[in-house]
Ligand binder design. Structure first.
Ligand code: SF4
Length: 139
């Protein structure tokens, strides 16, 4: 069993967690002892919130709601390529900005992303002309 020290991704506190991996699967997590942030303690999310990593229900590919091969709100979710997903999102954002104005779009990111990811995300939306940017930590 190998041990990897990493940062808990669930909130901005920055607790360190030791992840134990066996046969390429996480088998347990423990708080990093003597770490200046959490000093051997973890909340329930940090301690047990890693099981999703190996869940067969985890989304790993983009899905688009389609009916008869094209997007439809009444359609069923279908797996699509990343290129198709990006193209669809870009066209929808652009058409909304063109039809209305940039204040009609917003970006909603995740507290589970890295600071650098969230920085680029908010920069992208501000470059589109809107300050409507938020993330799930405020819910
Ligand atoms: S263990 Fe809990 S408090 Fe610490 S970073 Fe993770 S979610 Fe936040």
């Amino acid at each position: 069993m190998e041990k990897f020290q990493t940062v808990c991704p669930y909130c901005g506190t920055g607790c360190n967690v030791d992840i134990f991996v066996e046969n390429n699967k996480i088998v347990k997590a423990e708080p990093t002892k003597d770490h200046p942030v959490n000093d051997g303690e973890l909340c329930l999310k940090g301690m047990y919130g890693w099981e999703y990593v190996h869940s067969p229900r985890r989304l790993t590919k983009p899905l688009l709601r389609k009916k008869d091969g094209v997007f439809s709100k009444e359609g069923k979710l279908e797996e699509v390529s990343w290129d198709e997903a990006y193209k669809f999102a870009a066209e929808r954002i652009q058409s909304t900005v063109d039809k209305y104005n940039p204040s009609h779009i917003m970006g909603f990111s995740s507290a589970r992303c890295l600071n650098e990811d969230n920085y680029v995300f908010q920069k992208f939306f501000r470059a589109l002309g809107t300050n409507n940017v938020d993330h799930c930590a405020r819910l």
